[in-house]
Design a protein around this ligand. Structure first.
Ligand code: SAH
Length: 196
């Protein structure tokens, strides 16, 4: 998976490669999909949600240009797979999930895997997580139609929001906060479940 889907497509950042080699993706997918856990595709989770294609998770981490001492907020924990990747890269990590069953199973699994640098919350990610703001990076794993305003208030100057925006197919954006406002870069088309 890492060689064919990630490195060959140009993602070579050592911290991302090492995280992907470290985190067993099959632990995050349902039994019926375990055979496909390392395939080049998204896979169904419960409640009509999906675990992203491995390359898309890697791409979002790459666009975020993470440093180990940065504070990161992830919105849409889902299976917890990308949360685990992030927890291998940064020490200060926050993740919010809207659906209780997904929140519970991700929390149980990540605790069992001994991650102790992840703060998790059940709630609406559109509101961010104000108490711990500001963040250096906000990664949004579900697609809103427009950028939730509250997220813009919870990012540091120099910080990045990596977010898919749109309806069926979405533009993946990197939004960087600077002293004058926000710089928006379009980073390709993606397909995420909606941020509800
Ligand atoms: N990156 C995840 C995939 C997430 S799928 C993984 O690796 O498994 C998108 C997730 O966003 C789903 O779990 C969905 O329940 C969640 N979600 C949707 N709307 C949300 C909202 N408003 N706040 C928080 N989470 C939300």
């Amino acid at each position: 998976m890492v060689e064919d889907q990630i490195i060959k497509r140009g993602i070579t950042e050592p911290s991302i490669i090492s995280a992907m080699l470290n985190v067993p993706r099959h632990l995050f997918v349902h039994d019926i999909h375990k055979q496909k856990a390392y395939s080049d595709s998204p896979l169904p989770l419960s409640h009509n949600q999906t675990i992203s294609q491995p390359y898309i998770s890697a791409l979002m981490l790459d666009l975020a240009t993470l440093d180990s001492d940065q504070k990161v907020l992830e919105l849409g924990t889902g299976s917890g797979y990308q949360t685990a990747l992030l927890a291998n890269i940064v020490t200060d990590l926050y993740s919010v999930e809207l659906l209780e069953p997904l929140y519970n199973s991700a929390k149980t699994l990540l605790t069992k895997m001994n991650y102790n640098n992840i703060q998790m919350k059940l709630g609406d990610g559109k509101l961010g997580w104000k108490e711990n703001a500001p963040y250096d990076v906000i990664i949004v794993s579900a697609a809103p139609k427009s950028i939730p305003e509250e997220l813009k208030n919870q990012i540091n100057v120099g910080g990045r929001i990596i977010i898919p925006i749109g309806a069926n197919k979405q533009k993946l954006l990197r939004i960087t906060k600077n002293n004058d406002g926000f710089n928006i870069e379009k980073c390709g088309m993606v397909s995420f479940v909606p941020l509800v």
